[in-house]
Design a binder for this molecule. Structure first.
Ligand code: PGA
Length: 251
């Protein structure tokens, strides 16, 4: 049984006070819900504050990126060791905003996935197609290529804990989510790729999230899909009540 995992991606939003206010309001709203693994992926500057304020809860701490080296002369970068030092458990890797705006390549993302797993962080690996690719019927080709380049050769024993986030780029921040059926079709395809890259058993254990305009009004039908095990939530995760409604989708 795959435990649902719902993660907030705060992107480049909030200061320390706003983060504290969020956690203080959010914690009691989800305190009875231990059926969903809840993660807050905060900007680097808020990791210490959020980490401290979620200590007495079952919320896990996540980061939004890391550099693929333990330490070194990499001005402005953050290493997995530094994240672990702050209690970070999850790290978003290969988000489309980093691929597109910052020019991250599949090879670079692969290095990050390797080092994250080696150091004990759990990658939330993002994959997804552009609108143009979707219209040209290239969704599966794109997603499959992103998965193979990021994951081929990783030990099956390490792969079990991976989280994959399927995020169609045209659905991110646009208010236009993929239909639950379309999201399910691609997530089922992703699971199929995972069984080719690893094996069927590992593929059954890996959790696949959907991301792209998830909100309280659509989470239930998204989570009802058999191959969708959670969500990566941007805009709707910035407000404690809205994110709590998403996490408490079963109520
Ligand atoms: P959104 O962002 O929920 O605002 O569409 C999702 C994401 O980028 O992870």
């Amino acid at each position: 049984m795959r435990k649902p995992i719902i993660a907030a991606n705060w992107k480049m939003y909030k200061n320390n006070q706003e983060a504290l206010d969020f956690v203080n309001k959010f914690k009691p709203l989800i305190s009875r819900n231990d059926q969903v693994e809840t993660v807050i992926c905060a900007p680097f500057t808020l990791l210490a504050t959020v980490g401290e304020s979620i200590k007495d809860s079952h919320i896990a701490l996540g980061a939004q990126n890391m550099y693929p080296s333990l330490e070194g002369a990499y001005t402005g970068e953050i290493s997995p060791k530094m994240l672990l030092d702050l209690g970070v458990k999850y790290v978003i890797l290969g988000h489309s905003e980093r691929r597109e705006i910052l020019g991250e390549t599949d090879q670079f993302i692969r290095q990050k996935v390797d080092l994250a797993l080696e150091t004990g962080l759990t990658p939330i690996l993002c994959v997804g197609e552009t609108l143009e690719e979707r219209q040209q019927g290239k969704t599966q080709t794109k997603v499959s290529q992103q998965l193979w380049s990021a994951l081929e050769g990783i030990l099956a024993s390490q792969a079990q804990k991976l989280v994959i986030a399927y995020e169609p780029i045209w659905a991110i921040g646009t208010g236009k989510n993929a239909s639950p059926e379309d999201a399910e079709e691609t997530c089922a395809f992703i699971r199929n790729c995972l069984s080719e890259i690893f094996n069927g058993e590992v593929a059954q254990n890996i959790r696949i999230q959907y991301g792209g305009s998830v909100k309280p009004g659509n989470i239930k039908e998204i989570m009802a899909q058999p191959n969708i095990d959670g969500a990566l939530v941007g805009g709707a995760s910035l407000d404690p009540e809205s994110f709590a409604q998403i996490v408490n989708f079963k109520e």
